[in-house]
Design a protein around this ligand. Structure first.
Ligand SMILES: Cc1ncc(COP(=O)(O)O)c(C=O)c1O
Length: 394
């Protein structure tokens, strides 16, 4: 291990993922022979769709797998542009689309291009933990805006306007959201973009769970604004987490700046993954993920029915992603200890709220419905039985 005294001061501000502790404990339990139901992991349980795997094999046989252009293979950028047209009726020129090494790289590059040290960046609390850590990594300051269930846990325009200050440079919002599964409507995106514009800043839209919606059609902020920075990914809807491929849509004129950063940061996104992703966007690939979306919707509906029966309160309807954010304050004042207890008692692994922010994390757990329906029912059944041993706090 390196000498910590040689590290930059900013390193002290980067928090690890607490969910990893849950995962480690769950794995230890599994190794001891217990049947563990994993509802803590933030990736789909489906393997990468077969058409994508086939395309990868064919590409490996046919191509030398050199670096691609730093902004991605032209045919993939065109395919993504075509998908925006077909799926959303939105015209996004391929020149504004940059293929990245996961949406994580897209987020780093967008933030790096937009914020200077000391700038403030607004984001929802609860929200995806990397956002605040990456902002800190760049010497800027994350502003965690408490977003309650009355705002569907989202950074809405009114909350952003109230939190905006002279040094605010950007706002990040995710729809559908991790950890809450809630979404912003087209009008809400438009209002939020207006607040950022009026404040002289920018909106960074995280649409990595785009496509995974269950109550209506998928949306994109690009339908209502083209001066926003949009982070997207092949990880979730297209079920390609391990391929490390995402994309960034930038406003007109910004591509060259991001291209420079990509060249320096990772040269180009993985070439085999880029060939494979072409098949993800084909009719055949989309048919597979659409079937799986329907299955995820059925799982969500089961949990929406079952969780309230055991006292897990759902305060805002999760209409997307594969997460449900539950208020468990009826049972505990410390969701971390509660999740640890549930794991030992029932073998069900859930994520305590602490990773997702400072606003009421002790009151919440995140459930990822990344297991088949019968396993979800079994999980709720086990938790329900264990909770009967507990006195309710209220
Ligand atoms: C909200 C959100 N944004 C971005 C990411 C990064 O995903 P990837 O780098 O696999 O595209 C994740 C991953 O869980 C996420 O939940």
């Amino acid at each position: 291990m390196g000498d910590v005294r040689t590290l930059a001061a900013r390193m002290a501000q980067i928090a690890p993922f607490e969910v990893m502790e849950v995962l480690d404990a769950a794995r230890r339990l599994e190794a001891s022979g217990r049947d563990v139901i994993h509802l803590e992991v933030g990736e789909p349980d489906f393997p990468t769709p077969a058409p994508v795997i086939r395309a990868a094999h064919a590409a490996l046989d046919a191509h030398p797998m050199f670096y691609t252009s730093a902004v991605g293979m032209p045919e993939l950028r065109e395919a993504i542009a075509g998908w925006y047209g077909r799926a959303f009726g939105v015209e996004v020129p391929a020149e504004r689309i940059i293929v990245t090494s996961g949406s994580s790289a897209a987020l780093v590059m967008a933030l790096g291009a937009l914020v200077d040290p000391g700038d403030r960046v607004l984001m929802s609390d609860p929200g995806y933990p990397c956002n605040r850590n990456l902002v800190r990594y760049l010497g800027a300051e994350p502003v965690l805006v408490p977003c309650g269930p009355e705002h569907a846990y989202q950074l809405t325009a009114d909350l952003a306007a109230a939190a905006w200050g002279p040094t605010t440079r950007a706002a990040i919002a995710a729809s559908p959201s991790n950890p809450t599964g809630t979404c912003l409507t087209r009008d809400q995106w438009s209002d939020l973009a207006n607040v950022c514009r009026r404040g002289g800043g920018v909106l960074i839209a995280d649409e990595i769970y785009q496509g995974l919606v269950y109550d209506g059609p998928a949306e994109t902020v690009l339908a209502v604004a083209d001066d926003v920075w949009v982070v997207n990914s092949f990880s979730k809807y297209f079920q390609m987490t391990g391929w490390r491929l995402g994309w960034l849509v930038v406003p007109e004129g910004a591509t060259r700046d991001i291209e420079k950063v990509a060249q320096n940061l990772y040269i180009s996104a993985p070439t085999p993954a880029q060939y494979a992703a072409l098949a993800a966007l084909s009719d055949e690939g989309l048919a597979v993920v659409e079937e799986r979306r329907a299955e995820l919707g059925r799982r969500r509906d089961v949990l929406l029915d079952e969780l309230p029966k055991i006292g897990f309160a759902i305060r805002a309807r999760p209409s997307g992603a594969f997460y449900i954010y539950c208020d468990v304050s009826a049972f505990t004042a410390d969701s971390f200890a509660f999740a640890a207890w549930l794991l030992q008692e029932t073998g069900v692994a859930l994520t305590p709220g602490r990773d997702f922010g400072d606003a009421a994390p002790r009151q919440h757990l995140r459930i990822a419905y990344t297991q088949p329906t019968e396993r979800l029912r079994e999980a709720v059944h086990r938790i329900g039985n264990a909770l009967e041993l507990l006195p309710r706090r209220v």
